[in-house]
Design a binder for this molecule. Structure first.
Ligand code: NAP
Length: 279
């Protein structure tokens, strides 16, 4: 997906997040990219984290900057503690603080259980789960240090974990990925419980099938897309902007009383579509 394919302007209220500082991990591609741009459209300044694709990250920064807010790219591997600590220190120095963390970076290394190497298992857990833990921990330190600034937001900070329908739907051939997202669900709920008294809201967005590079093989050919649509009652594959809009809403004070929730953005994939005509 190119930057220019992103959501129609005007859908997101332009001042919803004005004055807030957001960090989106894995923001040079797919859902993270659309989310970073969506947050920019809502008036937030945005740090665009990436691990490898600097050029794509710079394009995202350019698009966000053209909206009249501030943006910058920052390279860090979210699974590496020292890099996450350095990223957060840098953000607080350069942007003044952080109000919104979107822990989005994630990947797949698919194999059946007998074929799966320890390295494949570990890599997915390290990025998808430990990466979110590290980013959440460092962001929380800044939220607590700064506290609530009422003219900016009712909350001291917002953490949005990018989960997946596979936090509850088992997924044969992807035990590392499904386990990581199952872990994200319990991590999110536990942090939400722990941090709510500090006025920090922790929630998750759980996408279904969204058209991004991570799952290209599932929608790239008409046959693959037809099979995929069997799983989606709403009858279309999702766009990254569908997820971005959910993140923007969760990050805003419109949803200030939403704590520890998972917002499924899946066209009904979690509604057991097989039971629509059977069972
Ligand atoms: P994507 O286009 O492949 O984007 C993944 C992003 O994560 C990329 O920017 C990637 O950077 C980054 N990343 C990977 N490892 C990283 C690391 N160690 N440190 C920092 N960044 C890292 O896939 P996507 O679909 O947008 O996925 C985004 C999130 O949505 C993931 O958590 C995924 O599990 C979740 N999700 C996606 C779907 C879907 O249908 N697409 C459904 C459910 C959940 P590089 O490109 O530089 O590697």
């Amino acid at each position: 997906m190119s930057v220019t394919e992103s959501a129609p302007k005007g859908v997101i209220p332009a001042h919803l997040l004005r004055g807030q500082k957001a960090l989106v991990t894995g923001a040079n591609s797919g859902i993270g990219m659309a989310t970073a741009i969506g947050l920019g459209r809502a008036g937030a300044d945005v740090v665009v984290n990436y691990v490898a694709g600097r050029e794509d990250a710079e394009k995202v920064v350019e698009e966000i900057t053209s909206l009249g807010v501030r943006a910058a790219a920052y390279e860090a591997d979210v699974s590496q503690e020292d890099q996450v600590v350095a990223m957060m220190d840098w953000m607080v120095r350069e942007f003044g603080t952080i109000d919104i963390l979107v822990a989005n970076a994630g990947l797949q290394r698919d194999a059946t259980i007998m074929e799966m190497t320890l390295a494949q298992w570990q890599k997915v857990l390290d990025v998808n789960l430990t990466g979110q833990f590290l980013c959440a921990r460092e962001a929380t330190k800044e939220f607590v240090r700064r506290g609530v600034v009422p003219e900016v937001s009712r909350a001291a900070g917002k953490i949005i974990c990018m989960s997946s329908v596979h936090q509850i739907i088992p997924w044969s051939g992807h035990v590392n990925y499904a386990s990581s997202k199952g872990g994200v669900l319990m991590m999110m709920q536990t942090l939400a419980q722990e941090l709510a008294p500090k006025k920090i809201r922790v929630n998750a967005v759980a996408p279904g099938a969204i058209r991004t590079p991570i799952n290209r093989s599932a929608w790239e050919t008409p046959e693959a897309e037809r099979d995929l649509l069997q799983l989606i009652p709403y009858g279309r594959v999702g766009d990254p902007e569908d997820v971005a809009h959910a993140v923007v809403a969760l990050a805003s004070d419109l949803l200030d009383y939403v704590v520890g929730a998972t917002l499924y953005v899946d066209g009904g994939m979690t509604l057991f579509p097989g039971f629509a005509t059977g069972g």
